[in-house]
Structure formats: C-alpha cells, structure tokens
Design a protein around this ligand. Structure first.
Ligand code: HEC
Length: 228
C-alpha cells in the first residue's frame, strides 16, 4: 500500500527540513536564530497533524528520527557555513550527514538515509538500489509527468519482509541553494572540494525543481532485535 499525503504533516515537514539542510545552512546566515524552513515547499496547516485518530508507533518513530536527523544536520551545517563558508559545508555534508544518520538510527532503532538515482549520485554508498530504487524511479516518473518533487511521499506497511514494520520515502527537491553544490555551474573551489571526496561525483547538473533524491526510513518490527 502506498499512501500519499496521508495525515502525517509533521513527518513531511521534518523530512523536508532534513532534505534541505544544506540549503538552509547556505541561506540561514542572515538570521541564524530563526527556525529554518524549506523554500517553496508548501507547509500543511498546523491542525492536520493532530487529526490522526490514533497514534501509529512505527510512523511516530520514523517521524521522530527524521526530525532529529534534520535538526542535527542543520545545526552542523549552519555552524560550518558561518565558520568556513561553502567549502566547509562540503566537508560537513561529507562527514556529518552519514555520522548523524548513524547516531539517529542507533538512538531510535530505525534505518534511514538519503539516496539518489544511479548516475545522479554523489556518494556511491547512496546510489539507490533495492526497494529505494523502485520507489525513487516512481517518484522520478511522477516528477517527469509534472508532479512536484517535494510532494513525493511513499509509505508502505504491507507486503514487507519479515521484521520490517514500515518503509517510508520522501522526495527531495532541488532548491536554489542546492545549485552551489548540485547545479550546472558549481564554482571551482567548491567543485574541487567535492571531487577531492567524491572523485566520481555525478550529482551536478540539477535544476531547481528537479528531484535530487529521497530520504528513506525503515522501521523494524522490533526496535531492539531488528537491526542486524
Ligand atoms: C555545500 C555543498 C552542498 C550543498 C549546498 C548541498 N549539498 Fe547535497 N550533498 C553534498 C555532499 C558533499 C553530499 C555527499 C554527502 C554524503 O556523503 O552523504 C551531498 C549529498 C546529497 C544527497 C544524497 C545523495 C547523493 O547524491 O549522495 C542528497 C539527496 C542531497 N545532497 C541533496 C541536497 C539538496 C536537496 C540540497 C539543497 C537543498 C543540497 N543537497 C545542497 C553537498 C552539498
């Protein structure tokens, strides 16, 4: 079962923030104290999150993990941008994004990460495969057909492998601030900083509105025993 826009407004917001952390860092320098929000992604009305009739523990865990990941990555990136500019932010994306994901996964007993389509990825470990690839390809088809990248959401509860309670993915849109590191005209110092860490980088050439990738969360049935 795939559900789109299904009453988990807070989750969608949290994931959007996670996905846009690099941009937020780029654009947050003007007023760092202000909470950062995704640009161009319409926020659902505040009431919609509370209309869910009964709490869904697996969804709550996915949501909590996504929000925490976003907050931590955003904080690190903001600090890096303020201290060292975009080149430092490349290092933060390189070192901190996976490290933060590891910490949040361990804390909440979920698996999570970011993926991109094969041939459009930066970190080879984040080239989509398996179920993430099928979902990401469906997202790409929808976006090719005119749908918004930021509105691509998939939540699957049925037909999952033993031990998996929920799989969730959320499309990540390319926004103006992403172009510094993912666009068609990446400045030479930034390009060099990227190539030093990702010699086979294929994650440039994106336009605003393109599907950059997706954030995925997988919640095991058993929080303590499902993390082989
Ligand atoms: C300062 C440079 C920089 C900016 C700005 C930036 N990114 Fe990235 N991005 C990176 C780096 C470096 C990686 C590789 C991180 C890793 O190894 O996990 C990355 C990886 C990703 C990935 C994981 C998939 C892959 O290709 O490895 C996604 C998705 C992504 N970025 C989306 C975005 C979006 C969306 C924006 C804008 C909202 C953005 N990035 C802005 C540098 C940047």
């Amino acid at each position: 079962m795939t559900v789109r826009g299904f009453g988990f407004a807070a989750l969608a917001v949290g994931i959007t923030l996670a996905a846009t952390a690099c941009t937020s860092a780029t654009q947050g320098g003007a007023n760092p104290a202000r909470p950062l929000q995704a640009q161009g992604a319409p926020l659902p009305p505040p009431s919609s999150a509370s209309t869910t009739p009964s709490p869904d523990p697996a969804l709550e865990r996915a949501k909590t993990a996504a929000v925490e990941f976003s907050g931590r990555l955003r904080g690190k990136l903001q600090a890096a941008m303020q201290q060292g500019g975009p080149t430092a932010a490349v290092e933060v994306c390189h070192a901190q994004a996976p490290a933060i994901a590891e910490t949040v996964m361990a804390k909440h007993g979920v698996r999570m990460g970011r993926v991109a389509l094969p041939g459009r990825h930066r970190n080879p470990a984040q080239e989509a495969g398996d179920w993430q690839l099928a979902t990401l390809e469906a997202f790409q088809q929808a976006v090719d057909g005119g749908a918004l990248a930021s509105e691509q959401v998939s939540m699957v509860r049925d037909g999952l492998p033993d031990g998996v309670a929920l799989r969730m993915m959320r499309g990540i849109a390319t926004e103006p601030g992403c172009l510094a590191c993912h666009g068609k005209d990446v400045a030479t110092p930034i390009r060099n900083a990227i190539l030093a860490r990702y010699p086979d980088d294929q994650a440039t050439g994106f336009d605003v509105g393109d599907l950059r990738g997706a954030l995925w969360v997988e919640v095991p049935e058993d929080p303590t025993g499902g993390m082989q």
